[in-house]
Write a protein that binds this ligand. Structure first.
Ligand SMILES: *Cc1c(COP(=O)(O)O)cnc(C)c1O
Length: 330
């Protein structure tokens, strides 16, 4: 097993988020940014890379909005095999790119979209001896479903609603699979409603059409033609859940709220859930007194640029006590 001891991430209560939205709700944050490479992708990557090595593969390939490449690069390094990653030009947060680079992956920056890159790597994996580790690789979702197992283990039950950002739509499908398996095994008596959120400029499932040029500052979910579209629709229908879109402005508001009120710094795509929470509370979509879990998919340090642009900028001061006191207003 090729592992970096992924998983077992904390499920943290969020009373301030409840206070800021609907105090009757019990809100918990599944902090997936605390995985070894800083995103939930590690749960799937440990399985995908382990199975690739088992099958004798010497190289893996993926297209990525950033976190898959960071994770693939780290687990490939751990396994002693090669990683080839393709990322869309100008649309990957700097932290993720630095991870792929330092772990020794071959990084190709493609002048095109994630969806185009995915199409290319899929064709390569069909014809050459490299294993595809995008979520089209079935082992990815098998690993990612453990997120749902842990939520039930930590909460002692399944939540009433599970809120999650949707990009390529693998994770919402994986969580639903995990919840169903625990339910079938009698470990969870309930099943949650799955509630997905896409960014308004990249909302193919919400709009029910392929988006050729998806746009959002939440680069991890900047995807116009999700690979797991069908599985995600099944998850939404079977769970009696729903999917909605949130604007970049709402995402940034959620991003700041989470960091300032709860002390938790997650990347913008993660905060589509916080934005969605606020929007859905306003629309009266949650039964009062319900238990909600939000998956926070990736760490905030992945994308320091957006953090600095979204908050009060650091101020320069001369190295003098009076000047510092004047700046601080003390
Ligand atoms: C990959 C990713 C998503 C989207 O997950 P999908 O399985 O592609 O829907 C959301 N947030 C972050 C931080 C991610 O890395």
């Amino acid at each position: 097993m090729v592992t970096l001891h992924e998983g077992n991430t904390p499920l943290i209560p969020a009373p301030r988020l409840a206070e800021a939205t609907d105090p009757s709700l019990r809100i918990f944050l599944k902090c997936e940014g605390f995985n070894p490479t800083g995103s939930f992708k590690d749960r799937g990557m440990t399985v995908a890379i382990s199975k690739a090595v088992e099958a004798g593969s010497r190289a893996v390939i993926c297209a990525s909005t950033g976190n898959t490449s960071a994770s693939a690069a780290a687990y490939a390094a751990r396994a002693g095999i090669r990683a080839f990653v393709m990322v869309p030009k100008g649309a990957v947060a700097i932290g993720k790119l630095s991870q792929a680079a330092i772990h020794g992956a071959t990084v190709l920056v493609v002048d095109g979209t994630f969806d185009q890159a995915l199409s290319i790597v899929t064709q390569i994996a069909e014809r050459h001896p490299v294993t595809l580790v995008n979520s089209l690789n079935p082992f990815r979702l098998e690993g990612q479903k453990t997120g749902a197992f842990e939520v039930v283990d930590q909460l002692g039950r399944a939540p009433d609603y599970h809120l999650i950002p949707v990009g390529n739509a693998g994770n919402i499908s994986a969580y639903w699979r995990g919840y169903r398996e625990y339910h079938r095994a009698g470990i969870a008596k309930e099943l949650p409603k799955m509630v997905g959120f896409q960014a308004a400029g990249a909302a193919p499932i919400v709009e029910d059409r392929v988006i050729l040029e998806p746009k959002t500052l939440a680069t991890a979910i900047r995807i116009g033609n999700p690979a797991s579209w069908g599985l995600a629709k099944e998850a939404l229908q079977d769970s009696q859940g729903w999917i909605d879109a949130v604007t970049d402005e709402e995402i940034v508001r959620g991003y700041r709220l989470l960091a300032r009120e709860e002390g938790i710094f997650m990347e913008p795509a993660s905060c589509a859930t916080v934005a969605g929470l606020a929007k859905m509370v306003k629309a009266g979509r949650f039964e009062p007194g319900s238990t909600l879990v939000l998956t926070l998919t990736g760490h905030g340090l992945k994308d320091p640029d957006t953090a600095l642009e979204s908050a009060t900028r650091p101020v320069s001061v001369p190295a003098r006590l009076d000047a510092v006191l004047a700046q601080l207003g003390l």
